[in-house]
Ligand binder design. Structure first.
Ligand code: APR
Length: 237
């Protein structure tokens, strides 16, 4: 199989698990501790904003205390060394891809280190608490919420993502359970447009049967090995 020229990577919480950040659907996952309906919907925010802000304050602090792991570093190496088209679509709200050095990253579910003003629509890098209702740095209104896509809201930049999937000759899914759409449907869209599809995951996911190939193991082992394979193939082109 020749070198790839156009790669889309999808990452989920599993790529950040070895950085110490909880995933969602493991036994000790985030959705075991909190009901989605109570902390990750617009209705929850309207009903009990303090509970929602506290939930994301804790995740924001966790992200700042975490460090990228070898899987993030390997994707950053791919970003620097791969001369074809590459897009890293992440469902994660952490900034570990960027802190590892990746640039071609798209956060389809938003970012916990970003605050969104509902009064003026401005977005601000935000590292501290939102619980004390700070004013928007741009307009002064007390209307900041986490810049995160909640259940029932539209993920960001979907047109851009589907256009990239339509051009891809390789789609790689890393550390995601395939439980949530639209991300869980990306593999079918890519395959429909002729891409080869590869899944790198700790265990078989809900979508494993949709992939040409599934490799099981920790991302910190599978992703560096895969990146070397792809870069070696590109060099051999
Ligand atoms: N290496 C690779 N994969 C791992 C690792 C690891 N070290 N640890 C866990 N995984 C895998 C799990 O086997 C699981 O398939 O990562 C996946 C994590 O699945 P989820 O917890 O469901 O997280 P994710 O797929 O990112 O959830 C998607 O759901 O709740 C929403 O918005 C939230 O973005 C999130 C979306």
């Amino acid at each position: 199989m020749g070198a790839f020229r156009n790669i889309v990577v999808l990452t989920g919480a599993g790529i950040s698990a070895e950085s110490g950040l909880k995933t969602f659907r493991a036994e000790d996952g985030l959705w075991e501790e909190h009901r989605v309906e109570d902390v990750a919907t617009p209705e929850a925010f309207a009903r009990d904003p303090a509970l929602v802000q506290r939930f994301y304050d804790l995740r924001r602090a966790g992200v700042l205390a975490a460090a990228p792991n070898p899987a993030h570093a390997a994707l950053a190496r791919l970003d620097r060394a791969f001369d074809g088209e590459l897009l890293i679509v992440t469902q994660n709200i952490d900034d570990l891809h960027e802190r590892a050095g990746a640039a071609r990253v798209l956060h389809m579910h938003g970012e916990v280190l970003s605050a969104w003003c509902l009064a003026c629509d401005a977005r601000h890098r935000w590292e501290r608490s939102l619980l004390d209702s700070p004013p928007c740095p741009a307009c002064g209104a007390v209307a900041l919420r986490p810049d995160i896509v909640w259940f029932g809201e539209m993920p960001y930049r979907m047109d851009e993502i589907f256009a990239a999937l339509g051009r891809a000759d390789l789609f790689v899914s890393i550390g995601t359970s395939g439980a949530v759409y639209p991300a869980a449907g990306f593999v079918q869209h890519a395959a429909h447009h002729g891409a080869r599809t590869l899944e790198l995951n700790l265990e078989r996911s809900a979508g494993s049967h949709l992939f040409d190939e599934t490799r099981l193991g920790p991302a910190s082992v599978l992703v560096p090995d895969w990146v070397e394979e792809v870069l070696g193939r590109s060099a051999g082109r």
